[in-house]
Design a protein around this ligand. Structure first.
Ligand code: HEM
Ligand SMILES: CC(C)=CCC/C(C)=C/CC/C(C)=C/COP(=O)(O)OP(=O)(O)O
Length: 297
């Protein structure tokens, strides 16, 4: 007698993995620290909680839609091959319902507890990631990261708008810091997995123009990131504490990029080092700005 294999049931962990929780942890960190910067101290705890939940749900929905759209290429890359959308553990329909529920829930929560601007900014981040990056540019041009990377710059605007109901020049500087940081973060990683991208035909910079040009671009974007990160000091939005931290962590970022440039050949430890440090760098800069504005002003 033959027994029919029953498909493995998806658990809550599978659904959680669709939201890319590790990536969201840093996105959300930029949102919550931007709230502290805007409030110059602790924001209202109910607002903080609503923005944390709404921000997670919005970025999570973006991750779900990305995994639905990209399941053909995700299946062929070792890093992404076991995602529930590629293994079939979560059906397309279930993923779609989950993503839509997160997106609608997030928009409603942010609109009602924060304000309409916050809800719209969050939706703009989601749409930039899904439509501009995933659907439009990712498979078309190596500029995908620079232009599509704007998606990841919305979280600090979301946090700022939730507290103030508005945006100012300083909030846009936070956007710009993440904007110029993203290519450093992503291309350092792309250097290590360029063969996988080449295999599935994704035109990431190291695949299209090689390692040397990628390393030069990483250096230029690292310089722009550090220069931009110092501008809020000139605007007197932050003071000596932030200046000190941004300078030291910025020098370390530049050092990482320089090490990559000087190496005769890109080696995994150097690229991994910069990739990992890039994430610490962003967290440190945002934390320093939040502390500076909360404690020193
Ligand atoms: C277009 C923009 C971006 C692209 C294409 C990108 C791409 C990636 C990729 C492919 C990974 C590897 C994930 C894995 O190992 O499965 C990664 C990791 C990560 N990214 Fe990004 N990223 C972008 C922007 C951002 C932004 C704006 C943030 C946060 C502010 C961020 C935070 C992270 C974190 C925290 C990780 C580590 C996740 C882990 O350890 O598994 N990324 N990114
Ligand atoms: C405010 C708001 C909702 C903002 C959303 C911002 C957002 C979700 C940014 C995500 C960045 C990211 C993980 C890109 C990787 O995509 P990939 O397709 O290149 O990576 P993969 O190969 O791991 O799927």
């Amino acid at each position: 007698m033959t027994t029919l294999a029953t498909p493995e049931r998806a658990t809550w962990r599978d659904y959680l993995s669709l939201t890319k929780p590790k990536v969201i942890s840093l996105l959300l960190f930029t949102t919550l620290t931007a709230m502290v910067m805007a409030a110059r101290g602790w924001p209202d705890p109910i607002l903080l909680l609503a923005v944390a939940v709404g921000g997670y749900a919005s970025a999570g929905a973006a991750g779900v839609f990305n995994m639905i759209i990209d399941r053909d290429i995700d299946l062929k890359m070792a890093r992404t091959a076991t995602r529930p959308t590629t293994s079939g553990k979560i059906s397309l329909q279930s993923a779609l319902v989950f993503g839509l529920a997160l997106a609608v829930g997030s928009f409603t929560l942010l609109w009602t507890v924060a304000n309409p601007l916050t809800a719209w900014l969050s939706l703009a981040g989601l749409l930039t990631y899904v439509v501009v990056y995933t659907l439009w540019l990712k498979r078309m041009t190596w500029h995908n990261i620079v232009i599509g990377g704007a998606a990841g710059c919305f979280p600090p605007l979301v946090g700022w708008a939730a507290v103030t109901g508005d945006l100012n020049l300083f909030a846009w500087y936070l956007f710009a810091i993440v904007f110029f940081w993203t290519p450093v973060h992503f291309w350092a990683l792309a250097l290590m997995i360029k063969d996988e991208y080449a295999q599935v035909g994704i035109p990431m910079l190291p695949v299209v123009h090689g390692e040397k040009l990628t390393v030069i671009q990483i250096g230029l974007y690292a310089i722009l990131t550090v220069v931009l990160s110092l501008q809020p000091v000139l605007l007197r939005e932050v003071s000596w504490l932030y200046l000190l931290v941004a300078l030291v962590s910025g020098v370390l970022l530049l050092q990482g990029a320089w090490k990559l440039y000087k190496a005769p050949k890109v080696t995994r430890p150097v690229a991994v080092g910069l990739y990992k440090y890039s994430m610490l760098y962003l967290a440190i800069v945002f934390l320093a700005a939040a502390l500076d504005r909360a404690v020193l002003s």
